[in-house]
Design a binder for this molecule. Structure first.
Ligand code: PLP
Length: 395
């Protein structure tokens, strides 16, 4: 009911709204992706790498301190402990195996903050494939450490100087590249966005998160279903992975957390469900923030991974059908939540994940409830932001 249909739609969202020149590539993927990724050989390779290269299963950690503070029993799904520091590697591992299977020699990707770029450069180094990462020129300057990592991993980072010189412009450039190089190139999209089959394919690769949660919860509590699952949503891939095997379990409450930036009404926000409406973004019918004449509104969040003007079609459908509740969290609420987890548990979370943590303040949790919070990544990349915020707060 909440999974993709045969035409690539989730309710009225999804599909493939793409330039004529992309049809051949996309149609091929649409026809082949399920057959390829469901073979025994593919699954063995994928599972083996998730175990030995990524370090899965990621632990499910009972946070006594958060439980004492917010009620219920709160468990953190530790995607922060994965190789390269977040859930993004689950998807890039899957897609590099697909690219190899298809005999592709060249990988392209686009990246905003650089996290997906690093995860892509990592698997390309491992697979020995050429890697080109398109990145807005503004982002290249803002995200120097990740640019250096990609370069060190052997990827070529191409600064894009059109438009606002950010993620949207990098995406256009990646699409242009794919159209010019349809034969030898695979395009690795980093979230549950883009034309069908990407949202479904990425959700399936990330669904290992909820698959593991079920096994781990059963072991720890005797029940594989929690009361609530909380995850942050940029494009929506970590949330899709954490929700996936609970989508049809109506008793499991799904809570998606968006970035309000400086506040939903400030004009500097990325809270798509609060501010957006239906339109086409990156090849899919979905919810996005746009002006009356359909121009994309530049999003804002302190967290680079949530700084995206839409959400993927699965999440648009979960919102539209009320299957998931969507709440939003400001920059400052997320920053305070990051410090709280650091102080209570000695775990420094990614700024994106801190939005999910801040949601604990905004929901009711009954004593008997079991709550899963997907800790999508670690905070090393955000130390400068954390230090600046808390230094300025203290003086
Ligand atoms: C990129 C990123 C996100 C946001 O992307 P989704 O596709 O919405 O998951 C969230 N957390 C971390 C740590 C990230 O790097």
């Amino acid at each position: 009911m909440y999974k993709v249909d045969n035409n690539g739609f989730y309710g009225k969202f999804g599909g493939a709204f793409i330039p004529e020149m992309m049809h051949k590539n996309i149609e091929y993927l649409q026809n082949e992706y399920l057959q390829i990724i469901q073979t025994k050989e593919f699954q063995e390779n994928f599972r083996g790498l998730l175990r030995d290269y990524v370090g899965r299963p990621s632990p499910l950690y009972f946070s006594e301190a958060l439980s004492n503070k917010y009620g219920g029993r709160i468990y953190l799904k530790r995607e922060d402990l994965n190789h390269t520091g977040s859930h993004k590697i689950n998807n890039t591992i899957g897609q590099i195996l697909l690219a190899k299977h298809l005999g592709k020699k060249r990988i392209i990707a686009e990246t905003g903050a650089g996290q997906h770029g690093v995860a892509t450069a990592t698997v390309c180094a491992k697979a020995g494939l050429e890697c080109i990462v398109y990145m807005g020129a503004t982002d290249v300057q803002r995200q120097q450490p990740n640019v250096e990592k990609m370069n060190f991993l052997g990827a070529k980072v191409v600064p894009v100087t059109s438009g606002n010189k950010t993620l949207k412009d990098a995406t256009n450039e990646a699409i242009r590249d794919w159209i010019s190089n349809p034969e030898d190139t695979h395009y690795i999209i980093g979230s549950v966005v883009g034309p069908h089959p990407y949202p479904d394919m990425v959700a399936r690769f990330q669904s290992v998160i909820s698959e593991e949660i079920k096994v781990q919860l059963l072991e720890k509590t005797g029940n594989e279903n929690p009361s609530k699952v909380i995850a942050c949503v940029g494009g929506g891939s970590n949330a899709a992975g954490a929700f996936y095997h609970f989508l049809d379990q109506k008793q499991v409450e799904l809570i998606a957390v968006e970035a309000a930036g400086k506040g939903v009404d400030t004009g500097e926000s990325a809270a798509t469900t609060a501010l957006g409406n239906t339109g086409v973004l990156h090849g899919a019918m979905t919810l996005l923030m746009q002006t009356e004449d359909g121009q994309i509104v530049e999003p804002y969040s302190v967290s680079a991974g949530l700084d995206y003007p839409g959400i993927g079609p699965l999440h648009s459908h979960l919102f539209d059908s009320n299957r998931a509740s969507f709440i939003n969290v400001t920059d400052n609420e997320a920053l305070d939540a990051a410090l709280e987890l650091t102080n209570l548990e000695g775990i420094i979370p990614a700024l994106e994940s801190s939005h999910a943590l801040a949601a604990l303040n905004k929901i009711e949790i009954a004593d008997e409830e079991v709550v899963i919070l997907n800790l999508s990544g670690r905070g090393d990349k955000d130390m400068e932001t954390y230090l600046n915020y808390f230094n300025s707060k203290n003086c």
